[in-house]
Design a protein around this ligand. Structure first.
Ligand code: G6P
Length: 621
């Protein structure tokens, strides 16, 4: 979603700002803009469309060594040139870029209009520019603080002011902002992706914090009712591979990231498996054995793929620890006045750690006295800071909207959590060790599945021809089907619907026909016979089948092979994945579905990493 960049230094700002914005493109946006402060004052260029178009249309004289830039995801008002950021005050001396939402913008707009100010855009952000522009306080910091004192809502923002040409002032409340320290230059961005090319020495601002950025350094303050109090914030080196944000020789980030899964899976497991006692070793939970033992229920909260993997996690916890567990879409949770119980463990799961629905759900639980742990990928993100404990997923930066390696590591995180919860209860040491053995095999088995990519690409090409598909699975396999359908629809734009295999005959079977393929998840588990029977019902209605299964499963006369008869007609294609412990099978069954989605989207010629209408991090409700 919206992205912010800023620069103060010795170089021309515009090219650096545009480069930074390009690095934020994957987050999703519909318009972009930059403002620079130079000898001739403040200059602004902004427009609906891609960063490339903004760069191509930039006026020749656009000099300045201080500047801010923005990619906008429309919330208040349509995506057009006027609503794009930066926004200016009436005298065109203040430029503001803003992420988040100003809740009392309507009232402030009326107040400004009553004072004779003509608002140029439909946005909430513009009020900030006018409020800062109107302030007569002595310093820019005081002017920004005064304006922020009037607004309710969330923001990450960066302000440039022609009367204070040596600096930017930035502030954060609910929307990330990171300061990057360079050599006689300073950067600012809402995401590390825009900084790592220039520096890996960074400082994350806290909510309620403001910073002044000049070419030689930065100073931070806490925004309070009684004014600005200096805070002590040091920049630190982040351990990040700058090439993580380059797709390299891959045609998409999604493809690059899904191929990284074996090594990233090793990273999340490293040092967290206790073979001797057959348990997980998740120090960051901040829960001792007695506290773990006292947990009577687990509630998992996440959105999108994180929600579906949360359902896989709930199954794992119920099976291994025999504690009631379920997952709920974080976006729904807080709107039904949820009952928060003291002996429930709440688990927030999020790749970005920024998803506003998940963050607000965490806050709702905490407000009512509940304890929340996080499974989060981005270190230092809002959710990671908000939770009472948890583990990092060590998936490395994930750029593609469609989550692959982070999702896999979420599953592995849940498996270790389930082990730890199980081992303070009735899970035997032998079962604990059995599962540790299984977890240890997973990275290599993922690699084995990835090695079958060319076969899966053939199946994907055929699936891409269908307008509509079903993904079906039962019990452990149902969240796999949901995640598979999600991946497929979000990047191929085909209608893909997930169903419990057992529910087919209660409705969706009416839609089965030779034009509607079904991707069925059929592991060799206690439900295999029932699942195979359902496949026959589909085949009998001419429904093409792609069966993700184990080699040991006998599909009877349905049996085919990858690349055999294809999915046209009533033919069945089987995709065999390696077997693991049955509790851990869901993640291995998920991997081929990632490749099917990726190759179907490629076949259809879509921009896999930037699916239409979607954003990587959804930071507004
Ligand atoms: C967005 C993305 C999804 C992602 C979801 C949750 O909707 O498009 O791919 O699964 O947010 O994101 P999170 O960062 O919280 O895991």
């Amino acid at each position: 979603m919206c992205g912010i960049v800023g620069y103060v230094g010795t170089q021309q700002a515009a090219p650096l700002l545009l480069e930074g914005l390009t690095r934020l493109e994957h987050r999703g946006y519909d318009s972009a803009g930059v403002a620079v402060l130079g000898g001739s004052g403040l200059r602004v260029a902004k427009r609906a469309g891609r960063v490339r178009e903004l760069a191509d249309g930039l006026p020749r004289r656009f000099g300045g060594k201080v500047g801010i830039g923005h990619t906008r995801w429309a919330t208040h008002g349509p995506a057009n040139d006027t609503n794009a950021h930066p926004h200016l005050d009436a005298a065109s001396r203040v430029a503001v870029v803003h992420n988040g939402i100003i809740d009392n913008a309507a009232a402030l707009r009326t107040e400004l209009a009553d004072d004779g100010i003509v608002l140029a855009s439909d946005t909430d952000t513009e009020v900030l520019a006018h409020l800062i522009g109107r302030s007569r306080a002595e310093t820019l910091e005081q002017r920004v603080a005064e304006a922020l004192g009037r607004v309710e809502g969330t923001y990450g923002l960066a302000v440039a002011h022609a009367d204070f040409p040596d600096r930017l002032v930035v502030a954060r409340n609910g929307s990330p902002l990171i300061v990057g320290v360079g050599d006689r230059e300073m950067h600012v961005a809402s995401d590390l992706a825009a900084l790592v090319r220039y520096t890996t020495t960074v400082a994350h601002l806290d909510d309620g914090e403001m910073a002044t950025i000049t070419a030689t350094g930065f100073t931070t303050y806490r925004l309070g009712a009684s004014g600005l109090a200096a805070t002590e914030r040091r920049a630190r080196e982040v351990d990040i591979d700058p090439t993580a944000y380059d797709a390299g020789q891959h045609d998409s980030f999604m493809h690059k990231e899904l191929l990284e899964q074996p090594t990233r899976a090793e990273a999340v497991l490293r040092g967290r498996l206790d073979e001797r006692f057959g348990t997980g070793h998740l120090g960051g939970l901040n829960l001792d054995a007695r506290e773990l033992r006292a947990i009577r229920r687990v509630k998992i909260l996440g959105c999108g793929s994180a929600y579906y993997v949360g359902q896989m996690g709930a199954s794992l916890i119920e099976e291994l620890a025999r504690i009631p567990a379920d997952a709920e879409a974080a976006s729904e949770f807080r709107y039904r006045n949820p009952i928060i119980e003291p002996d429930t463990l709440y688990v927030a799961v999020s790749q970005s750690g920024e998803t506003i629905d998940t963050l607000l759900a965490v806050q709702e639980v905490q407000r009512k006295g509940g304890r929340v742990i996080g499974l989060v990928n981005v270190v230092g993100s809002a959710i990671a800071r908000q939770v009472d404990g948890g583990i990092y997923l060590h998936a490395g930066p994930e750029v593609a909207v469609a989550s692959t390696k982070a999702l896999t590591n979420m599953f592995l995180g849940f498996a270790m959590l389930a082990l730890q919860l199980g081992r303070v209860r009735d899970l035997s040491i032998a079962d604990g060790r059995r599962l540790i053995g299984g977890l240890t095999r997973i990275p290599e088995q993922i690699g084995d599945i990835l090695a079958t990519e060319s076969d899966l690409a053939v199946v994907a090409q055929r699936l891409a021809a269908a307008e509509s598909l079903f993904f079906v699975g039962r019990v452990r396999g149902f969240p796999v089907a949901r995640e598979g359908a999600q991946k497929f629809k979000e990047i191929s734009y085909r209608h893909a619907e997930a169903y419990q295999t057992s529910e087919l005959k209660h409705g969706p079977l009416a839609l089965i026909s030779p034009d509607v393929p079904t991707v069925a998840i059929v592991p060799d588990d206690e439900l295999v016979e029932r699942n195979v029977a359902a496949l026959h019902e589909i085949a009998a209605r001419g429904g093409p089948l792609v069966v993700v299964t184990h080699a040991s499963v006998d599909l009877g006369h349905l049996a085919g092979g990858v690349g055999a008869d294809g999915v046209d007609g009533a033919a069945t294609v089987r995709i065999d994945v390696p077997r693991n412990e049955r509790e851990l099978d869901p993640i291995l069954l998920t991997i081929p579905l990632q490749l099917l989605a990726c190759h179907a989207a490629l076949e259809l010629g879509h921009d896999i990493d930037k699916p239409r209408n979607l954003a990587k991090s959804v930071t507004v409700e």
